[in-house]
Ligand binder design. Structure first.
Ligand SMILES: C[C@H](N)C(=O)N[C@@H](CCCCN)C(=O)O
Length: 459
């Protein structure tokens, strides 16, 4: 049999097979993203006085809400679990790590659901953070466990996509996966608050998320069957044995400057998006005077825009290249939007326009950044590389909500209204740093020839 005939036998060379694999893992991630943001639009209820808002208020402070929101990243960052997750992925493979991570997500969700649905007396001192009510601390514990699962699942899915799409439509596939995930975020931002109100409790939205995560475990098991078939077909056509992961290879990863630029761009860019979303619903109410029942819909526009734009920009990158340029433009837009949010302009129309522009930025940077990683780092280290990037990003996801929660608390007037000028200036500053890093990445690409400005699809 000729080599060409052998290559055709690989399962991932079948267009329908690789897009089916992508669809399956994307659905698992979508359920995860729903859960990640299911609490964001509930901030007005969580921070309303106990029993207020038709008995739905939980009486959390802004500081407690910030502590809880950051919990997603605590175990990933402080216990280094995400870093170990990357090593587990490279060592034990996609099937084991994927199942482990989806089960962790589901388990963490159950703990959070239990915490929010029950009354606990007293408070707990959390070293270095502050003193929070027992309910907040247990909910944060559940969210921290969930966060470990979700992040490890994220790096696993990234590796799945690189495995199936290298040499094909890699950036488009990553864009489609991210777009599907954004559907989950949009659904959470748009429906979580009305759902909680209709069902008579905040915990109802969390329960819905937990049910979806349970389905996510089952969906991933279906992917495992496909993955096994792909491995069998790849082994049948392999001409050379694939080089395995060795701990000694990590040195090369640490010495790659381009890798660090991507990691810090990721930290700064995502610091300006995900933590912002956690506070955006209340921003719309207090700064732009939007009705509390509709306020979640404006932040929900952000992920909706990216559903179309991320695959669109991904296919531009696949066909025409210019990955570093796309990242620079995205970082500039992020800065513009947060800069405008910091200004004393209170029109809700402006808020909507800015949210749409942020959606463009949020389409541009992820569509170019994630497919650029395999151009800088070899496949055998990809799990660890994605894990380290996610790790550094999680430092921001863990600590920035805590910081913003405290800033909002400090800027809350006697009437309970928050002045968002300082908060939004902080977010704008993240954008400025992202611009600088993305230029450095472009220069490094010119120096090292990673091919970030080159198309991904091989003609
Ligand atoms: C939150 C998570 N760590 C993250 O960064 N997610 C990215 C998508 C990563 C996909 C990589 N192939 C996002 O933009 O949501």
């Amino acid at each position: 049999m000729s080599t060409t005939e052998k290559i055709q036998m690989k399962l991932s060379d079948s267009k329908s097979a690789r897009w089916t694999a992508l669809f399956i893992v994307s659905v698992t991630m979508m359920f995860g993203y729903f859960f990640t943001d299911v609490m964001s639009p509930l901030e007005p209820l969580l921070t309303a006085a106990k029993g207020a808002e038709n008995g739905l208020g939980l009486g959390w402070s802004s500081d407690e809400y910030g502590f809880f929101s950051g919990a997603y990243g605590y175990f990933n960052v402080f216990l280094l679990l995400l870093f170990f997750g990357g090593l587990i992925l490279d060592k034990f493979g996609i099937r084991f790590t994927g199942v482990l991570s989806t089960v962790l997500m589901f388990g963490g969700a159950l703990v959070k659901w239990y915490a929010v649905g029950h009354e606990f007396g007293g408070s707990v001192v959390v070293p270095f953070f502050g003193t929070y009510s027992t309910q907040v601390v247990i909910a944060a514990l559940g969210f921290a466990i969930y966060g470990v699962g979700c992040e490890i699942c994220g790096i696993t899915v990234s590796k799945v996509i690189v495995k199936w799409f290298t040499g094909h439509e890699l950036a488009l596939a990553m864009g489609v996966q991210v777009a599907t995930a954004r559907l989950g975020t949009a659904a959470a931002l748009g429906f979580s608050l009305p759902f909680a109100k209709a069902m008579g409790g905040v915990s109802a939205s969390i329960a819905l998320g937990a049910v979806l995560l349970c389905a996510g475990v089952l969906v991933y098991l279906v992917y495992c069957v496909m993955d096994k078939k792909e491995d069998a077909s790849a082994a049948a056509v392999a001409t050379e044995p694939e080089e395995g992961f060795k701990f000694s290879d990590l040195g090369g990863l640490f010495k790659t400057t381009g890798f660090w630029y991507v990691a810090f761009l990721c930290l700064m860019f995502y610091a300006g998006v995900f933590p912002f979303l956690k506070f955006a619903t209340k921003l719309m109410i207090f700064k732009y005077g939007v009705d509390a029942n509709l306020a979640g819909l404006i932040p929900a526009m952000l992920p909706f825009g990216t559903i179309f734009l991320t695959p669109f920009f991904g296919s531009i990158y696949d066909k025409y290249g210019k990955g570093a340029t796309l990242m620079i433009i995205g970082s500039c837009l992020l800065t513009l939007v947060h800069g405008v949010f910091a200004l004393p302009l209170n029109s809700w129309v402006l808020a909507i326009v800015m949210m749409l522009i942020l959606g463009v930025a949020f389409g541009l940077v992820p569509s170019a950044m994630w497919p650029s990683v395999p151009k800088i780092i070899p496949m055998k280290l990809l799990g660890t590389a994605y894990a380290l990037i996610f790790y550094i990003q999680n430092i921001g996801l863990a600590l920035i909500p805590v910081w913003i929660g405290k800033v909002n608390q400090a800027n809350t007037g006697a009437d309970g209204v928050i002045d968002y000028t300082e908060t939004m200036t902080i977010f704008a500053a993240f954008g400025v740093i992202a611009i600088v890093i993305s230029f450095l990445l472009l220069l490094e690409d010119k120096r090292k020839g990673y091919g970030l400005q080159q198309p991904n699809v091989k003609k």
